[in-house]
Design a binder for this molecule. Structure first.
Ligand code: UDP
Ligand code: MG
Length: 316
């Protein structure tokens, strides 16, 4: 390893109603930090920062209690701004306090033992190191299927994203400076980082099941997140509508010829079913297309308002 100087590391964990797992995660991180300090990889003033995303349980009390130790810091958001915004609040707030930042979920499903590999990759010149899952054995069939389909869909829509990478990543603080130029309100971080560029690399790990507590991403939220990811980075659905329009036009040409021939042959009265059927199908397709366009207009509406992405209540 070609490490010239130890890095000051900040680890950021978004926490939403995580009272069941937080203490456990803090202990694991403390032990990991001691190892990294002993191995001369990070400085003694490296820290772990919990971002309380408007939890309604005792998450903030636990964080306050942890901050009695200098390695732990806490940021309390004024209300629930969502996972992505909580990570953003953490990164922006801690930017000047650390050389490098790692973001990881509070349940530590992602493997903290690859921190070493991430630091290693950084020393070899990568400014962004993506944590990538090498298997999904700990997932349910449903989660596996939906996640795989999502990544495939993103690839198909030519959205630059790292396959099987979520929000576990290591970044140099320079990258955060660049990230600050991205002003979008509907945030989908894993789509933004590949756009920033710089030298990047992947480290692979196996994701374990949640240690305690339950998932904060039920199906509805997951689908919403996926849809947001697609519409924030790709206009392919709009292009698709155009293609549908062309197909419908060609069909109607054929239909027109058929109708004319039938009329000329004098059997034009029958055909109630076929008329109704065509009407139903085409108005259905029209509605779907309008809905997709509406989604993009909704997105524009949200973006022009430029509401703040997070509001901080307290920092310790
Ligand atoms: N989270 C958050 N705000 C929210 C929802 C989730 O900060 O509104 C955090 C949560 O505390 C966790 C991370 O986002 O640290 C990922 O959530 P979870 O582990 O429940 O998702 P899963 O791993 O099941 O996809
Ligand atoms: Mg989790």
């Amino acid at each position: 390893m070609s490490l010239i100087k130890k890095i000051r590391l900040g680890v950021i964990l978004p926490c939403y109603n995580e009272e069941a797992v937080l203490q456990l995660s803090a202990e694991k991180l403390r032990a990991k930090f001691l190892d990294l300090i002993a191995a001369n990889l990070i400085t003694k003033d490296s820290f772990v920062c919990f971002v309380d995303d408007g939890s309604r349980d005792s998450t903030w009390e636990i964080i306050e209690n942890l901050t009695k130790e200098p390695i732990f810091k806490g940021i309390k958001l004024a209300t629930n701004f969502g996972h992505q915004n909580a990570i953003l609040a953490g990164m922006f707030t801690c930017k000047t306090m650390a050389d490098c930042i790692i973001t990881i979920d509070a349940d530590l499903q992602d493997d903290i033992d690859v921190f070493d590999k991430m630091i290693n990759a950084y020393c070899e010149g990568s400014l962004i190191v993506y944590g990538v899952r090498d298997n999904r054995d700990s997932d349910t069939f449903f989660k596996k299927f939906t996640a795989q389909s999502f990544y495939k869909l993103m690839q198909w829509m030519k959205v630059k994203s790292v396959y099987n990478h979520a929000d576990f990543r290591f970044i140099d603080s320079r990258v955060i400076t660049e990230l600050e130029k991205f002003n979008e309100v509907s945030l989908f971080l894993r789509g933004i980082f590949p756009l920033i560029g710089f030298k990047s690399s992947n480290v692979y790990y196996a994701r374990s099941p949640r240690l305690a507590g339950e998932t904060k991403y039920p199906i509805s939220k997951m689908l919403n997140f996926a849809w947001n990811g697609i519409t924030s980075f790709s206009t392919t659905p709009l292009r698709f509508i155009f293609y549908v329009g062309i197909v419908m036009f060609l069909l109607s040409l054929f239909f027109g010829v058929w109708v004319t021939i039938s009329a000329l042959n004098g059997n034009a009265i029958k055909g109630w079913s076929s008329t109704l059927l065509v009407n139903l199908i085409f108005s259905g397709i029209n509605m779907i297309c309008l809905g997709i366009i509406g989604e993009y207009i909704g997105k524009i509406y949200q973006e022009v308002k430029k509401r703040p992405r997070y509001i901080i209540d307290e920092i310790i």
